[in-house]
Design a protein around this ligand. Structure first.
Ligand code: MF3
Ligand code: CO
Length: 274
């Protein structure tokens, strides 16, 4: 008899991997969605005021004041002020600034600028979150195209926000639309679940990356902020010395459109319309 030699294993045993399960989303009741509708409507009203106020000569500080007045008038507060120490009521990001621009008396809008305004309300403990990019006076054709494509990509994403789909279906729709129009989807900043907290699971990427949250099924009661962030020249970004303002690395123009959307059995419901 001879001892059977054990065959040497060709590959090392794989490291045991923890199954990647994303944190559970917090589903909202009909009653909670009713409150979120109001939180969202107020955000929509702020945007109406922003649309009116945006013009050459206006400072982003003035826009911040107006936004705060509208929030107060409707018994809401800014969800951004004080968030991780953020100093404004809104974010106001001009041209190559993508997101998180801090309102300032020194930042005066000029004809030809584009400005992304992000508004978050807190109404009776629930958050509404929506961003929009506005033209200041006449803008050039490429800026207009960037805005139009980014806005349309938001609606492509919203179209996929139906029961039976997964988060990644939204991400894919946004990415495909943007890239088909030769623009770039920013990495590293994403949409998100929204409710009592501004950022709840799941993450909602604007691109397909095999992230575990992408597998999250879309169910009735899930509320998410879908927010494509798009740049003209490349996807890379950097953060300025103020530790807030995110700009495109190459200085190209950036656009940002966002709605808070409730998933219902009757399809997506946009909550952040006036
Ligand atoms: N709307 C942004 C988001 O979706 C939040 C603004 S950042 C803040 O993450 F710090 F200003 F709140
Ligand atoms: Co958001």
């Amino acid at each position: 008899m001879f001892k059977r030699r054990r065959r040497k294993k060709a590959y090392p045993k794989p490291v045991k991997q923890r199954r990647k399960r994303p944190p559970q989303p917090i589903l909202k009741s009909a009653r909670e969605i009713q409150i979120m509708r109001e939180a969202g409507r107020i955000v929509g009203l702020v945007h109406l005021a922003m649309k009116e106020a945006v013009r050459p000569g206006v400072s982003t500080w003035e826009l911040d004041q107006i936004a705060n007045e509208v929030l107060q008038k409707h018994n809401a507060t800014s969800a951004f002020l004080g968030y991780r120490g953020y100093p404004g009521h809104i974010c106001a990001s001009i041209n190559d600034e993508l997101v998180h621009g801090i309102p300032s008396k020194e930042r005066i809008l000029r004809a030809g600028d584009i400005i992304s305004i992000d508004v978050g309300s807190n109404y009776r403990g629930f958050i509404g979150d929506s961003a929009w990019t506005y033209a200041v006076g006449e803008i050039d054709e490429e800026a207009a195209r960037l805005m139009a494509v980014t806005e349309a990509s938001l609606y492509k994403g919203i179209e996929q926000a139906v029961v039976g789909n997964r988060v990644v279906d939204i991400s894919r729709a946004v990415q495909q639309y943007v890239e088909a129009h030769d623009f770039y989807v920013v990495r590293g900043y994403t949409g998100h679940g929204v409710g009592r907290q501004m950022h709840e699971p799941p993450q909602v990427l604007n691109y397909v990356a095999g992230d575990p949250d992408g597998n999250t099924p879309l169910e009735e009661g899930l509320v998410i902020a879908i927010e494509p962030m798009v740049q003209g020249g490349a996807w890379q970004t950097k953060v300025l010395r103020d530790d807030w303002t995110v700009v495109s690395q190459d200085g190209s123009l950036a656009a940002h459109f966002e709605h808070t959307v409730a998933i219902t059995n009757n399809g997506p419901e946009i909550l952040t319309l006036p």
